[in-house]
Design a protein around this ligand. Structure first.
Ligand SMILES: Cc1ncc(COP(=O)(O)O)c(C=O)c1O
Length: 311
């Protein structure tokens, strides 16, 4: 039986401990300055195969290492060690359901914002159900944020670090206070970038369009998966800069990410886009859910079985 959420096991410093014993020093640079890089990794339970599949694990670890490198944090864990620890902590919790797993590399010790180490890691899995056609009947009413997205010459959105989410926080809180579900940021060139924790796609005249990776967005793994799935479904994809008013006139739009998967946008700044999930969004959502759960053999290379893994 999996433990209660408040007693679940966390991987910290090479040990698997109950969450209330997984503590970090208050003076550590991660506590004081948000000096950490992380990944939010999904796992999906396939009840027919009785297997839990981690989605694009190797790609998450590669991005984690790129974030770590850009912040000049010491490189202490090999790719194999990242994977072994990930699998060990899920097994310790005996989870056989859909999960979101937070894997974080952080600077501990008594240094400051300039410290490169010591680098340690924690891994925290938590049950999280996936979206469904039913869930997607409710779309998002979004606003364009008055806060600009961080950019590559200040704090790069390419780095998935805790501190970047202060910008996300400002956009999200402003959106909620003004009665919207979430925000869409413009970048410092005034073009559409991304949501506080997600990437954006729009559909126009049957074509799927998403901002460039150089338009101040995270190198999203879901974005990449959707582009691949779209090609497979014969949907034309354009990666290009998007103007704000182009988005207002879109035929469909959605936000995507490991956490929200594919969630339709119904309006932006009160410009209605659709009343219900659009046809292309629906096709991609169905294809995405099939791929992540191991129900489309074409994309089985994206999946790492947790329980029958070699390690
Ligand atoms: C700012 C931001 N953009 C995009 C994404 C989507 O990235 P991914 O698909 O890799 O989860 C996330 C979520 O991690 C995010 O926080």
């Amino acid at each position: 039986m999996p433990p209660k959420v408040e007693e679940r096991f966390i991987w910290l410093s090479g040990k698997i401990v109950p969450v209330y014993e997984a503590n970090i020093n208050v003076l550590a640079p991660t506590s004081q300055f948000g000096l950490n890089v992380f990944e939010g990794i999904r796992c999906y339970w396939n009840s027919e195969q009785k297997e839990l599949f981690a989605f694009r694990l190797a790609d998450h670890f590669k991005r984690l290492k790129r974030s770590q490198r850009l912040l000049k944090m010491e490189d202490t864990f090999t790719l194999e060690e990242l994977k072994e620890a990930f699998i060990a902590v899920i097994k310790a919790n005996e989870y056989k359901e859909d999960l979101a797993v937070r894997q974080t590399l952080f600077i501990e010790g008594f240094g400051s914002w300039g410290s490169r180490g010591p680098v340690n890691m924690f891994i925290a899995p938590i049950p999280k159900a996936k979206t469904s056609p039913e869930y997607n009947k409710k779309g998002l009413n979004c606003c364009i944020s008055s806060w600009q997205r961080i950019n590559d010459n200040s704090l790069s959105p390419r780095i998935k670090c805790g501190a970047n989410y202060i910008n996300s926080r400002m956009g999200q809180l402003e959106a909620l206070e003004n009665g919207y579900d979430t925000a869409i940021f413009l970048n410092n060139n005034g073009h559409i970038s991304e949501g506080p924790g997600s990437c954006l796609f729009m559909v126009k005249n049957g074509r799927l369009i998403t901002p460039l990776l150089t338009d101040s967005v995270l190198e999203s793994i879901t974005r990449d998966s959707i582009i691949t799935l779209a090609h497979d479904l014969d949907i034309k994809v354009e990666e290009r800069t998007i103007d704000r008013t182009e988005l207002y006139n879109a035929d469909e739009a959605f936000l995507c990410g490991s956490s929200m998967e594919i969630t339709p946008i119904f309006s932006v700044d009160h410009y209605e886009i659709t009343k219900e999930e659009g046809q292309i969004t629906k096709r991609l959502h169905t294809a995405y859910l099939a791929a992540v759960c191991g129900k489309n053999a074409k994309f089985s290379h994206w999946l790492t079985p947790v329980y029958n893994s070699q390690k």
